[in-house]
Design a protein around this ligand. Structure first.
Ligand SMILES: NC(=O)c1ccc[n+]([C@@H]2O[C@H](COP(=O)([O-])OP(=O)(O)OC[C@H]3O[C@@H](n4cnc5c(N)ncnc54)[C@H](OP(=O)(O)O)[C@@H]3O)[C@@H](O)[C@H]2O)c1
Length: 242
């Protein structure tokens, strides 16, 4: 392996937006590890993409952390350095009738543990080394349904919307903790728009490729800390209100 080869971990890389993001990063020359929950699907997707994979339920924070450590060890044994890009594209939608006054503790916990807690676990495990190295990018799939401005949090799907509002708060808070890009570490959230994936359904207006485009751009763009911005929510390469 080339000693300067960049590498990335893409959660949710077994299908949908994560798959498209992984595909583009591989085309851009990255060595990629995808993570999915279902072993067979992750294996098949990795085979098609030509990358490595691990299957783990990210809601199990101990197992998830262990897998991330193992990926780091595997990368090091392949001559790769500190992780360059972490894409968090895993996620679940909450049940149709999950209004605050109707949903349950179990549904709340399921959604939060996957959509928000696992985001913390991944970043807390992997990003300290990236920050230390004064490099690295974290891009997290949020959603318009988590925005506090506009109709994002106008009711319904409470666990999902609030988990994504939490992701937005997480990104903003972390960006301040890490110097808003001045120290070489970038963290951003994106709204992919409504896309044709298993989550978005077959009638969504955008393709998965279109939905993944901004995440790929954030992971690979030139960044000049004197004029470019990080620590924000992006949609179609533009900054949008949280
Ligand atoms: N599609 C949209 O219209 C849309 C709109 C706004 C935001 N988003 C966000 O974009 C991200 C990607 O969405 P998508 O449409 O690509 O979803 P998707 O097609 O349903 O794919 C979900 C991915 O997450 C993984 N995953 C789910 N639960 C997991 C768990 N417990 N442990 C490990 N992996 C798990 C799945 O792995 P398996 O294949 O193993 O199940 C799969 O790779 C999500 O965060 C979603 O909230 C999507």
């Amino acid at each position: 392996m080339h000693p300067n080869m960049k590498w990335a971990i893409v959660t949710g890389g077994s299908r949908g937006l994560g798959y498209e993001t992984a595909k583009a990063l591989i085309l851009a020359g990255f060595f990629v590890y995808i993570i999915g929950k279902d072993e067979e699907r992750a294996q098949q997707s990795a085979k098609t993409l030509g990358c490595k994979y691990r299957a783990v339920d990210v809601a199990d924070n101990e197992k998830f952390r262990k897998v991330l450590k193992e990926i780091n060890l595997d990368a090091a044994s392949n001559g790769l350095g500190v992780l360059d890009v972490l894409i968090l594209a895993h996620g679940v939608m909450s049940e149709k009738m999950s209004k605050t006054l109707r949903t349950t503790d179990a549904e709340w916990r399921r959604t939060m543990s996957i959509n928000l807690d696992a985001v913390f676990t991944a970043v807390n495990e992997l990003a300290p080394a990236m920050f230390e190295a004064r490099s690295g990018r974290v891009v997290i799939y949020s959603a318009c349904l988590g925005r506090m401005s506009g109709p994002g949090t106008h009711g319904g799907l409470a666990p999902y919307r609030i988990s994504k509002a939490g992701v937005n708060a997480f990104v903003k808070n972390l960006s301040y903790e890490t110097g808003l890009g001045a120290r070489g570490f970038l963290v951003d959230a994106i709204c992919p728009g409504h896309c044709r994936t298993d989550m978005g359904g077959p009638d969504a207006p955008r393709s998965a490729q279109e939905g993944a485009e901004t995440a790929i751009w954030l992971a690979t763009r030139e960044f000049d800390p004197t004029k470019d911005k990080t620590g924000l929510l992006w949609e179609d390469r533009k900054i949008v209100d949280w």
